[in-house]
Design a protein around this ligand. Structure first.
Ligand code: 5AD
Ligand code: SF4
Length: 321
């Protein structure tokens, strides 16, 4: 698909979840990555952040965010739990938190790699040489969303952050040999469909191995608290179009999709997605990892939530792995 076709598909008014676009994305998903739904244990280990993204509840100016940090032992224990739950990948995610020094993260990575599972990092922008050392310590993947390719909007949303640095960092991660995950927010205030089409082309340009997309959800205690939420249907289109232009990519049905629509995860899995990232940190801790409100959670237990996700996957004739 070229840009014009992508843009036309985005402009087309939403009719139904059984539309041609979603069917084509589902078929493309089946033919290229099959019926498996890859489960990745998400360990959100610190909600301290030195960035101030306008949309996010973890921004440093949010004094109402209850901050927590897991120590090395806790993080490694959650990875061990992941193994016990039968998960083959963990994702370590945090705000940009330099309390964890390079050597701390290397120690955690090395310990987790002894468990023989795949490891993805999502810890934000750090000095490039640290990424190299994380790779050498055994980290397999790195996730860093571009958020939006609209430079003007990027600067508005990310005080003091530099779009070209973000883009360079993403390219560098790929060059270092990480499997690269990127992605974007759909429905930010003043975001144009034209720039969303560019976001999709960006995923292709950087040859992303994984693409995480979700709607913007207005978060209390942020400057965007009164803004209109992004649309589930539009975000679903972005997922479908991403599948069509990157047939082999791993595409998660993200937490934001499940948060904004009661059946969001399943609808997303039926429109191109093939990954789910269940949160495996106990609810009493991860309830404070509040990027936005009403975040889909595991308040009824880590194992119970995982099992219910697996049951839903099976109910649509897919195979959780
Ligand atoms: N709504 C939706 N997604 C959000 N993120 C942060 N804040 C919000 C929000 N209010 C996303 C960002 C970030 C990811 C971890 O969470 O895209 O990269
Ligand atoms: Fe920090 Fe990420 Fe939230 Fe931005 S989106 S404030 S970098 S946690």
């Amino acid at each position: 698909m070229n840009k014009k076709e992508i843009l036309n598909a985005l402009k087309e008014p939403f009719k139904s979840f059984d539309d041609e676009l979603f069917k084509l994305a589902d078929k493309t998903r089946f033919e290229n990555v099959g019926d498996l739904v890859l489960l990745r244990g998400l360990i959100e280990f610190s909600n301290f952040c030195n960035k101030n993204c306008l949309y996010c509840g973890l921004r440093y100016e949010n004094a109402n965010c209850h901050r927590f940090r897991l120590n090395k032992e806790q993080i490694i224990n959650y990875a061990k739990n992941a193994v016990e739950l039968g998960l083959e990948t963990v994702v370590l995610q945090s705000g940009e938190d330099f309390y964890y020094k390079e050597k701390d993260l290397i120690e955690i990575i090395s310990e987790i790699k002894k468990l023989n599972i795949a490891l993805a990092l999502s810890v934000g922008e750090r000095p490039i040489e640290e990424y190299l050392h994380f790779k050498e310590a055994g980290a397999d993947r790195f996730l860093m969303r571009i958020e939006t390719t609209d430079e003007k909007l990027y600067s508005k949303m990310h005080p003091k952050a530099d779009f070209s640095k973000r883009k360079k960092t993403i390219l560098k991660l790929k060059e270092l040999g990480f499997e690269l995950g990127t992605g974007s927010l759909v429905g930010l205030p003043e975001q144009s469909l034209n720039s969303i089409a560019d976001d999709i082309l960006f995923f292709k340009e950087v040859n992303a191995d994984m693409v995480g997309v979700g709607p913007f959800i207005a978060s209390p205690d942020t400057p965007l608290k009164n803004a209109t939420d992004g649309s589930f249907e539009l975000a679903l289109k972005v997922v479908a179009l991403t599948r069509i232009i990157l047939p082999y990519a791993n595409i998660p049905a993200t937490t934001a999709m499940e948060t904004i629509h009661p059946n969001g995860r399943i609808l997303t899995l039926r429109s191109g997605a093939n990954v789910v990232m269940p949160n495996i940190v106990d609810y009493e801790i991860n309830k404070n990892y509040l990027l936005y409100s009403n975040k889909a959670s595991n308040q009824f237990g880590v194992k119970e939530t995982l099992n219910s996700i697996k049951d839903k996957i099976i109910s649509i004739n897919r195979i959780p792995k």
